[in-house]
Design a protein around this ligand. Structure first.
Ligand code: SAH
Ligand code: SF4
Ligand code: F3S
Length: 440
């Protein structure tokens, strides 16, 4: 009998990519994807644990589903991802209606787990180490569109003092280049035009493989040769992993977009040290300068945390000033949230109060917005290559949307047939979050 599965995906692109794999595996177990949770026989929340807010969101959703289960006792409820990996059986204590908890390393065991749950068992499956499986043996149900995610490296070895990722995703593991290339070929054969390579520290790709030729530059070169593929991106970069060779490779290869996401976290050296980030403000600036010298039209984006334990007002101001100094086109911002198992969470005597954190966040957000507008305004008058991703009807006209090589969103009047192609757009208008122009 065919059943429906609904997945709510929270968190980063890695989770989105995992959900596509989960859909693929479940399709082999007789489940079809549904877009409305009300139609689902199986409800899954794929969780993010990066901040308390993200974890709370997952539990509030589960709570709602468990409530629904009282009227529809046949539905099954599951939680996976980065909260599941840390909370394990504790989930059942909070919410008895949950049927299945599975971790970030258990995706390939799903057929067995689903069978147990269908037989009425309550199951918690959390592996400490990844399950050895060949990803190519499993179907993937990717989100439709122009862009496809391709994870190349999982986990993280950096252990920044605030971050839960190494505890919930495990140590760094690079996939073999042959496997990645084969997956990329399948992606292109399915009609996708852009591939985004994923990893928590994507440019440390290959460091855990005993072969010097396995690195991001060489991987980009081999993917570049795929016919039909128009663009390649990669996220997220760790500042000091960006080698001169990588910068040269991005510059040389037409399909590789001039876009770097390089989280800095703080503009102050003392805070960076306490965060156990392995670079200084000066080093970060030097990396940005090198990239910009090689590629003047590049976009560099970043992430920042405000209110890290012990952060003074002066140290916070170093974060504000780095936005202009490094010319950061856009930044994600967050207020520090203590995470279980991480060292910084024990530094209670140095915690910053919520009010100060909120104020600092608001100031930083304004700064980021101002710079984003400024950066977008610099595009006005230029003709930019846009890979068209979607179209919609607006006031009786068809407006297409896509992104520049530098990852800026652009809207222009066009038609549906342009989806999946690159068009030239003369930029006429800039706002904080997007650009508008005319196809030329
Ligand atoms: N691997 C990336 C970041 C992954 S997590 C890197 O090294 O930069 C995504 C972002 O979440 C981080 O860049 C950081 O800004 C934020 N973040 C991580 N832990 C956090 C915490 N405990 N509180 C607030 N923000 C956090
Ligand atoms: Fe977390 Fe640091 Fe690893 Fe990024 S590099 S995932 S912030 S531990
Ligand atoms: Fe969140 Fe896990 Fe990604 S904690 S940011 S979903 S790796």
């Amino acid at each position: 009998m065919n059943k429906n599965v609904y997945i709510e995906t929270l968190g980063c692109q890695m989770n989105k990519s995992d959900s596509e794999r989960i859909f693929g595996i479940l399709s082999q177990c007789g489940y079809s994807k549904c877009d409305d949770s009300k139609d689902a026989d199986l409800l899954i929340v794929n969780t993010c644990n990066i901040r308390q807010l993200s974890a709370d969101k997952a539990y509030s959703l589960l709570g709602k589903w468990c409530q629904r289960k009282k009227e529809h006792p046949d539905i099954k409820i599951a939680i996976c991802g980065c909260v599941a990996q840390q909370d394990k059986e504790q989930v059942f204590k909070r919410l008895r209606g949950v049927d299945l908890v599975f971790g970030t390393h258990n995706i390939y065991e799903l057929p067995d787990l689903i069978k147990m749950v269908s037989d009425g068992e309550q199951v918690c499956a959390i592996r400490k180490e990844p399950y050895k499986a060949n990803a190519l043996d499993y179907p993937i149900e990717r989100a439709e569109g122009v862009n496809a995610w391709l994870p190349i490296i999982e986990g993280c070895d950096y252990f920044c003092t605030y971050c839960v990722v190494p505890y919930v995703r495990g140590r760094q593991r690079s996939r073999m280049p042959e496997e990645i290339l084969e997956e990329a070929k399948r992606i292109v054969a399915q009609g996708y035009k852009e591939i985004t390579l994923l990893g928590q520290t994507v440019d440390s790709y290959g460091r855990d493989i005993d072969d010097d030729s396995v690195n991001l530059s060489n991987l980009l070169r081999s993917l570049h040769s795929l016919d039909g593929l128009l663009r390649i991106r990669f996220v997220t970069s760790y500042p000091t992993d960006i080698t001169d060779e990588l910068i040269q490779t991005v510059k040389e290869l037409d399909k590789v977009c001039e876009y770097f996401h390089i989280p800095m976290q703080s503009g102050n050296d003392e805070v960076l040290k306490n965060m156990r980030r392995r670079y200084t403000r000066a080093q970060y600036l030097e990396i940005c300068n090198k990239i910009r010298t090689a590629m003047p039209d590049v976009s560099i984006t970043s992430d920042f945390i405000v209110g890290f334990p012990g952060e003074t007002q002066e140290q916070f101001e170093d974060t504000i000033s780095i936005i202009d100094e490094a010319g950061l086109d856009y930044s994600n911002t967050a207020s520090y949230s203590p995470r279980r198992q991480t060292p910084a969470a024990t530094w209670r005597d140095r915690f910053i109060d919520e009010k100060t954190k909120k104020e600092r966040l608001a100031i930083l957000n304004q700064k980021v917005k101002d710079y984003s507008l400024y950066s977008n305004q610099k595009c006005v008058g230029k003709v930019m290559d846009i890979l068209v991703e979607s179209s919609k009807l607006e006031d009786g006209k068809i407006v297409v949307s896509g992104r520049t090589r530098s990852n800026k969103v652009v809207h222009a009047q066009g038609d549906e047939s342009m989806i999946g192609t690159i068009v030239n757009v003369k930029i006429e208008e800039a706002s904080t979050w997007c650009l508008k122009g005319k196809i030329v």
